[in-house]
Design a protein around this ligand. Structure first.
Ligand code: TRP
Length: 337
């Protein structure tokens, strides 16, 4: 294996990719995928999806949509390794070994698990673990396996994932301490605050708030959704504050500094909300209409997507398979003679 820096991140396949995903994760990852100085790994975390989603159609459809989106936007799959978590059986094997090196108490402290328990307790529920499956409880060990399987140096994630990364580091250290220095301790690369977009209602754009703007809606529907973005009720001609304005925040996340300065002026001069929305629609449509065509073409030809993913899995296993063999031996799982 070369000594390139390894960058790895996962995409949970429960939803349809939206503008918030684009700005926060997809765009920076695709840019990084072009850099031949690093070895990037991007994967569809479909086993993670099962924790939250028990609708097989949704999980499958989301895998297709996420893969098509990343490819349509220009992910360099010759350079980056793009695969499906479930195509790498070694990850699940490592998950078990890591589980046996993970303190249950560490998992008890997981924010995601604790939030679900708190919800139960607050609603007066007798059983604090109601509706909580083991997948949620051990979510962090599977994530650790995703990362440690490829000895990633850097893991770019949103703020909500930092605790998972800290746990990965703890688990890796414990394994190394006991069995020898097998794992690189991964570094957390936190996305910029400015890369967090507000959604239709002004809260953080998230599938759990149902306020997302999907990337590749047909043009008419896309325009309709932009028109639905919540604003205040200031009349045309009245100066408007760009701070806290969702339309402005979206434009700001994509446009150049000069373009943003021009728009700031328009706000000061009292641009009408209708006009601003039309402007934003045209701006976004201009960026996404080409990729939208690629996307639709890919959806019509899923075999092409499948081929790319399988090739990615093969490349990923070229690393994972011999490494897993070493890890098994390290723990005493090996032939008798
Ligand atoms: N849990 C991450 C999320 O919801 C997705 C993910 C799964 C991931 N495995 C990973 C991210 C490994 C980084 C590294 O966003």
């Amino acid at each position: 294996m070369s000594d390139k820096t390894v960058v790895l991140t996962g995409i949970t396949t429960t939803g349809t990719p939206h503008l918030g995903n684009y700005v926060g994760a997809i765009r920076p990852s695709i840019e990084a995928s072009l850099n031949t100085e690093v070895q990037s790994y991007y994967f569809l975390a479909d086993y993670h999806a099962l924790v939250k989603c028990h609708d097989p159609e949704r999980v499958h459809q989301s895998s297709v949509e996420n893969a098509a989106t990343w490819l349509a936007l220009g992910l360099d799959t010759d350079n980056a390794i793009f695969y499906r978590q479930s195509d790498i059986p070694e990850i699940m094997e490592l998950n078990w070994i890591l589980s046996c090196m993970t303190a249950k108490g560490l998992m008890n402290r997981s924010h995601a698990y604790k939030a679900s328990v708190a919800e139960n307790t607050e609603s007066g529920e007798q059983d604090p673990d109601k509706g909580i499956n083991m997948g949620l409880f051990t979510y962090p060990t599977l994530m650790a396996a995703d990362i440690l399987m490829f000895n990633a140096h850097k893991v770019p994630v949103g703020k909500d994932q930092t605790q998972h990364l800290e746990m990965t580091r703890v688990i890796a250290q414990r394994f190394n301490h006991h069995f020898g220095e097998y794992f690189i301790i991964p570094e957390i690369v936190l996305g910029e605050e400015s890369a967090i977009l507000p959604g239709l209602d002004g809260r953080k754009m998230s599938k759990s708030y149902n306020n997302t703007i999907p990337l590749f809606l047909p043009e008419k529907k896309f325009r309709k959704l932009i028109m639905k973005i919540k604003t205040n009720s200031l009349e045309p001609g009245v100066p408007k504050d760009p701070e806290g304005c969702t339309l402005f925040a979206i434009y700001n996340s994509l446009a150049t500094r000069e373009e943003v300065a021009v728009l700031r002026n328009c706000y000061a001069e009292g641009i009408a909300w209708g006009e601003m929305k039309q402007f934003l629609f045209e701006y976004l449509n201009n960026i996404f209409s080409g990729p939208r065509e690629n996307y639709n073409a890919l959806l019509e030809n899923p075999t092409e997507i499948e081929t790319i993913l399988l090739r990615g899995a093969e490349r990923a296993r070229d690393y994972a398979s011999p490494f897993m063999q070493r890890l098994r031996v390290a723990t005493g799982i090996r032939p008798l003679v």
